[in-house]
Design a protein around this ligand. Structure first.
Ligand code: NOJ
Length: 496
């Protein structure tokens, strides 16, 4: 089953691209209205597509009515919806916690003389999840959308919901950015988060087929996997940032996948992504200048053949690059504040490139961000016509995935070779067995002799990044062309 994840579409002052929500049960007029949304949902469902919404539970916009009330006075009934504390001393925030975006995580509210906590921007005050009314209001918002028929949620920074009640300072560690110089033991991944996620799961379970994927943003995959609970009682899926941040190396990817496989509970299910709206696109991060998209294809085969649910980020299927957005056109608060180091996230948020016409066919009016200059060549319309385009390749891969049960649900088993630059694995189903061989090097890959034989077989090539090999058999001894990725299926006894 395919699904679309929409990043936030609720009313928002857009301090952080909609991740600052000022009303959880409406649509921002810049995108349309509720009728438009219902039509979209209906049309997607007609086409067998599910729709999941981005739920921002950790914080609201500072323009949300709850926060406006909360900050109006110390004894306002909504005061406790947010996290208010006195400073440690005049001019000193309550503790050393840092914002993911920049500086102290505490903002002084002049009016009431207290600080409020916000893990992101000052415009994104954190909800106090220990307040039962705030908790109910947030969960009711989730119900609102489920009742409308949405198929679930992507939960924004779900591992940031609670903070240590005693506000203990985090231990220090070595890092480059100030945020990385703290071990985030007290300001994220708190045990109480799991109660919330369990409650949310029981709500989702009332809606057959609904699912939630958590943005479990941490550098420790074990912490992320913990949000899957026992595989049936918390998140359905958790984003694995360790995999997404992995450098181009067969060994590293194999280790990352192996670790994730071990961490996923028996009843749980993995998920993988390589690009999203918060990081430079992987075609640039993992690729090499002049490699003509070779690595992008190897990465696509990996993403779409591992055991788990793959998430594709718009444009990766045509190889849209990270764009150099001129400084004066930046919209991302991170980019505006820190450019050029880092450049911010706008590089991955430029308009989808549909065709070579005005604004790449994305819009009839000037879009928020400029269209990347590659659009004349890198666009959907052109790639639909091209013989061997990346888009065509993704489509073949996706078709294959749908056709082969082993690729959907088969077990994952790694094969040797990663120390030499080949990441290879089996997907073993009840009826079929698939082998995936990925040559991470730009040299031909040969292993002669015993180690080179893939057990079982004969192996028929279903797909290769080198056209023309499909239908053929893998010769004894693995031989891959430079940067080649192949998918093979074992031919059953009877057919031999
Ligand atoms: C994670 C989102 O993906 C990111 O875009 C946003 O800035 C933060 N959460 C804050 O909501």
């Amino acid at each position: 089953m395919d699904a679309i994840w929409l990043t936030p579409i609720y009313p928002s002052p857009l301090a952080d691209y909609g991740y600052d929500v000022s009303d959880y049960t409406a649509i921002d007029p810049i995108y349309g209205n509720m009728d438009d949304f219902e039509e979209l949902l209906y049309e997607c469902h007609q086409r067998g597509l599910k729709v999941i919404l981005d739920m921002v539970l950790n914080h609201t916009s500072s323009e949300h009515a709850w926060f406006k009330e909360s900050r109006s006075s110390r004894d306002n009934p909504k005061r406790d919806f947010y996290i208010w504390r006195d400073g440690r001393a005049p001019g000193k925030p309550p503790n050393h916690w840092l914002s993911v975006m920049e500086g102290s995580a505490w903002t002084l509210d002049e009016g009431t003389g207290q600080y409020y906590y916000r893990a992101f921007l000052p415009e994104q005050p954190d909800i106090n999840w220990r307040n039962p009314e705030a908790r109910r209001a947030m969960l009711d918002a989730c119900r609102f959308w489920l009742d409308k028929g949405v198929d679930g949620f992507r939960l924004d920074v779900v591992n940031y919901l609670h903070e240590d009640e005693q506000l203990r300072d985090n231990p220090r560690k070595i890092g480059i950015r100030p945020y990385e110089m703290q071990k985030h033991v007290y300001d994220r991944c708190q045990p109480e988060d799991h109660d919330v996620v369990r409650e949310l799961r029981s709500i989702l379970d009332e809606y057959p087929g609904a699912m939630m994927v958590g943005e479990t943003y941490t550098d420790d995959p074990a912490e992320a996997a913990a949000y899957l609970g026992d595989g049936t009682d918390e998140l359905h899926l958790a984003f694995n940032f360790d995999f997404a941040m992995t450098k181009w190396s067969a060994g590293r990817f194999q280790r990352s996948v192996g670790r994730w496989e071990e961490l996923i509970p028996e009843a749980g299910w993995p998920a993988y992504f390589l690009s999203n709206h918060d990081m430079p696109r992987h075609v640039n991060r993992l690729g090499r200048i002049g490699d003509k998209g070779v690595r992008a294809r190897v990465a696509a085969v990996m993403l779409l053949t591992l055991r788990g649910t793959p998430f594709l980020y718009y444009g990766e299927e045509i190889g849209m690059p990270s764009s150099s957005v001129p400084r004066k056109r930046l919209r991302d608060p991170v980019g505006i504040r820190f450019w050029p180091l880092p450049v911010g996230r706008d590089c991955a948020r430029t308009p989808m490139q549909w065709n070579s016409g005005a604004y790449a066919g994305f819009s009839r009016v000037e879009p928020w961000l400029p269209v990347d200059k590659s659009y004349k060549k890198v666009n959907v319309e052109t790639q639909i016509r091209e013989q061997n385009s990346l888009l065509g390749f993704y489509r073949r891969l996706l078709r294959l995935r749908k056709e082969k049960p082993a690729l959907q649900v088969g077990k994952y088993r790694a094969l040797p070779g990663s120390d030499m630059g080949m990441f290879a694995y089996f997907r073993e189903g009840e009826e079929d067995r698939i082998a995936v061989l990925l040559n991470f090097t730009n040299r031909p890959f040969t292993l002669n002799g015993k180690a080179a034989r893939i057990e079982g077989g004969p192996w028929r090539i279903l797909l290769s990044t080198y056209p023309g090999k499909e239908g053929g058999f893998l010769p004894d001894g693995i031989i891959l062309d430079p940067g080649e990725a192949i998918i093979m299926e074992e031919i059953k006894e009877l057919e031999k």
